[in-house]
Ligand binder design. Structure first.
Ligand code: F6P
Length: 420
């Protein structure tokens, strides 16, 4: 008898995580002798712990296909960290109870570094508690900070959105700068790694184009050098476009913009670096400014997704199932770059042990010597990731996105489990 599969989305969602879901579900449907139903966790792993499973077999082939052009997490995501086996054995025993009750033998967990840690821990349950479980991670994170894989699904589309928005706003401020606004600041996500901020640099084609300054989390904020650079840009070009990462740090190591809140993983909630930078420009240099905080807009922007990103997101979901069917375990499919230009890639694999909790930062040779721009090597890496458009269908002037039925699987245990 085929075992059922559990699939869940975890962490911050992206505009293409549902394409990975489509890859998993459509591929699993091709192997009815090996994989039974795909049950999705409502709100990630919490759906498993609380026996809140979604029966994806209730969804038509058309609905699942429509996930490829629908942003967000169709089944709900979560920020919830499973503790170590020793610290919270009850959680793992509960997962096994649920998996046994629903005859689940495959675990596909779609997320970033923290989530791959969850996948890794679940993959160890088999050994530790004597329950056979095939466990495959599916990579995702706009932050692009997973190791081994060439890039992470979600990033290429955010990179495209940020590069497009930087270029468009740069055109705007350039036309206003003679008599009005001289500085435009765009704040982008990427808590610790500057990949998204770096993508803003793709907007620049010729000398004088924006962005003139990028502030990376990898480079400590140097206020005097920054103000000097803003002044120079206004003197030379009449205006200055700045891309600032939410993760920029002060010399004392604290974030420029920390809200004071922390999530379940202990990560500081960030946001507001653009406000701080813009006000500094006004108070120290007297320039009129506008600023924008791209926030959720950047990671929800499916309308301007990168075709490369959509294709890779789907392929990685598909590969996860192919790996499981081939009997592999405790791995994550990864993108392997074969060549830069033309961009060629294939699917490889990474051990979950090597991926969990590792953050890949922007390498030094991707940042210019002055710390405010990207190098040609960075451009070569980034460029193919934003290539191609994959517009969603439009209805009444708006993108048409699918909302699944998300029918619950009948509970078998019906016992309460308190989420800590
Ligand atoms: O998942 C990564 C990320 O998008 C970060 O870049 C950002 O700082 C964070 O999520 C925001 O998380 P949340 O949506 O949980 O506030």
């Amino acid at each position: 008898m085929p075992k059922n599969a559990f699939y869940a989305q975890s962490g911050g969602v992206t505009s293409v995580i549902n394409a990975s879901a489509a890859g998993v579900i459509e591929t699993a449907r091709k192997y009815p002798d090996i994989i039974g139903n795909v049950y999705a966790g409502r709100n990630g792993i919490i759906g498993a712990l609380t026996e809140d499973l979604i029966d994806t077999s209730q969804e038509s082939a058309e609905s699942i296909a429509a996930l490829k052009h629908t942003p967000s997490g169709a089944f709900g995501s979560c920020r919830y960290k499973l503790k170590g086996l020793e610290e919270n054995r009850a959680e793992y025993e509960r997962l096994i109870e649920i998996f046994k009750a629903h005859d689940i033998g495959y675990f596909f967990y779609n997320g970033g570094g923290d989530s791959q840690d969850t996948s890794n821990k679940v993959s160890q349950i088999g050994k530790a508690l004597g329950y056979p479980m095939t466990c495959i991670g599916v990579p995702k994170t706009i932050d692009n900070d997973l190791p081994i894989t060439d890039n992470c699904p979600g990033f290429g589309s955010v990179a495209k959105y940020v590069a497009v928005s930087t270029r468009e706003a740069a055109y705007d401020v350039e036309s206003m700068c003679k008599t009005s606004t001289k500085v435009f600041v765009l704040e982008v996500m990427g808590r610790h790694a500057g990949w998204i901020a770096a993508a803003g640099g793709l907007a620049k084609e010729a000398e004088g184009d924006g962005p003139h300054i990028i502030l990376f989390p990898e480079i400590t904020f140097d206020q005097p050098a920054f103000l000097k650079k803003v002044q120079e840009s206004v003197d030379n070009h009449g205006f200055c476009v700045i891309v600032v990462s939410e993760g920029v740090k002060k010399p004392d190591g604290s974030f420029l913009a920390e809200s004071g809140l922390k999530d379940a993983f202990g990560h500081a909630q960030l946001g507001g670096a653009a406000t701080i930078v813009a006000q500094l420009v006004k108070s120290e240099l007297g320039f009129k400014y506008h600023y924008a905080i791209a926030d959720y807009l950047q990671r929800a922007a499916r309308h301007i997704a990168s075709k490369t990103d959509v294709e890779q997101a789907y392929a990685l979901g598909q590969a996860a199932v192919e790996f499981a069917v081939a009997g592999k375990n405790a791995i994550m499919p990864a993108v392997v770059r074969v060549s830069d230009n033309p961009y060629k890639w294939k699917i490889g694999e990474a051990k979950l042990d090597d991926v969990a909790n590792v953050e890949k930062m922007l390498p030094k040779n991707y940042i210019t010597k002055d710390g405010f721009g990207i190098t040609d090597a960075c451009r070569t890496y980034l460029q193919p990731l934003i290539e191609g458009e994959d517009y969603p269908p439009y209805r009444n002037g708006l993108p048409y996105y699918i909302r699944l039925k998300n029918a619950p699987v009948k509970k078998k245990l019906n016992t309460e489990f308190k989420i800590k």
